[in-house]
Design a protein around this ligand. Structure first.
Ligand code: UD1
Length: 314
């Protein structure tokens, strides 16, 4: 019987959490519908019990939560522009599925759900860094959907006593992030293109900034959130990030140096729903979880490039 369930286990972040749990000798079940997850991401996770299924089906939720103590809920359709193009699938995957999962979890006696929240909850407010006391201000359908499920997490902790913890991720990057979709995260796209000698495109002037967070830091935050005492963390929301930001122009230059890419980026109009600057205050996670980043941005960047270099994805 698995102790842990990872939803979105064939996706970038879910796969990475599952791998670390297995490395620690834990029993893990994974679920994915392969809409954005990849079968090849399951390679190396043979010890995980895997169930193919869609969490928008309440019966699937009831099935996958059985016997589980802790859930890492990573399944989502993670993209702002995808949600702008068509908000309904984003709502189904991020809101409906999360509610069905929570409902199944409380009925099955799951003790804790650690939820993949999003920094997009903060929207485009000029205040930096973003801290958890700020009022949410989602400006894209994606942000609204991730925020809605976050509210459900809090409400379920309140009324049903199931322990829930939301980690608001800030621009996670690293090995296993899909670089091939038009909705892929910028770091994955830039790595793929620049390694192939293609010109990357920067939307806007490139002076927008992000708190790019290497995947190992987010996995670390999740494991701390799973282990922290309920009285400290249940029903809470906290940032999972680095507390530093870089602009896209700087990111391009650093990548160009590592990859030895000689060209320049092309510039295109800004994307709808895009925010300008994003930077996290990570003091709450530090205080409640003892969290601090374990891999720096430059080291994470090198490991990421190395991974894309060595995979056929590129
Ligand atoms: C947003 C959310 C994040 C969420 C992620 C999922 C914020 C602050 N963050 O990230 O929580 O997990 O969506 O996708 O809202 N860009 C280019 N060229 C490209 C691709 C992207 O210039 O080829 C630009 C985008 O316009 C944007 C930046 O790079 O300004 C980052 O884009 P992306 O990686 O898609 O993530 P966010 O939209 O910041």
């Amino acid at each position: 019987m698995a102790k842990y369930l990872v939803t979105g286990a064939a996706g970038f972040i879910g796969r990475s959490i599952a791998a670390e749990l297995i490395r620690r000798g834990e029993s893990v079940r994974g679920v994915d519908n392969f809409i954005t997850g990849k079968r090849e991401n399951l390679i190396g996770l043979d010890k995980m019990e895997f169930i193919e299924g869609d969490l928008t089906d309440p019966a699937v939720c009831g099935h996958v939560v059985r016997g589980v103590e802790i859930i890492f809920h990573e399944a989502a359709l993670a993209s702002v522009p995808r949600s702008v193009a068509d908000p309904l699938p984003t709502n189904a995957a991020c809101v409906d599925a999360s509610l069905y999962l929570l409902n199944a979890a409380r009925k099955a006696g799951v003790r804790r759900v650690v939820y993949a929240g999003s920094s997009s909850a903060y929207g485009d407010t000029p205040t930096l860094p973003k801290h958890e006391q700020m009022l949410p201000n989602p400006i894209s359908p994606y942000a609204a959907a991730k925020m809605a499920a976050e509210l459900y997490m809090g409400a379920f902790a309140r009324v049903y006593g199931i322990e829930t913890v939301t980690l608001r991720y800030f621009n996670v990057f690293g090995p296993y992030q899909d670089p091939t979709s038009q909705y892929s995260g910028v770091m994955a796209v830039f790595c793929r293109k620049m390694l192939a000698g293609e010109q990357p495109t920067i939307y806007g002037d490139g002076e927008q900034s992000r708190d790019f967070t290497f995947i190992d830091n987010v996995v670390h935050a999740n494991l701390l959130a799973a282990a922290a005492p309920a009285e400290k963390v249940s029903g809470r929301v906290m940032n999972a990030a680095t507390g530093n930001r870089v602009t896209l122009n700087e990111t391009f230059r650093e990548l160009a140096q590592i990859i030895e890419y000689k060209g320049e980026p092309s510039y295109a109009p800004p994307r709808a729903g895009d925010i300008r600057d994003s930077l996290a205050d990570i003091s709450l996670a530090r205080q409640l979880l003892g969290y601090q980043p374990i891999v720096s941005f430059p080291v994470g960047l090198r490991r990421t490039v190395e991974w894309y270099r060595n995979t056929s994805n590129t």
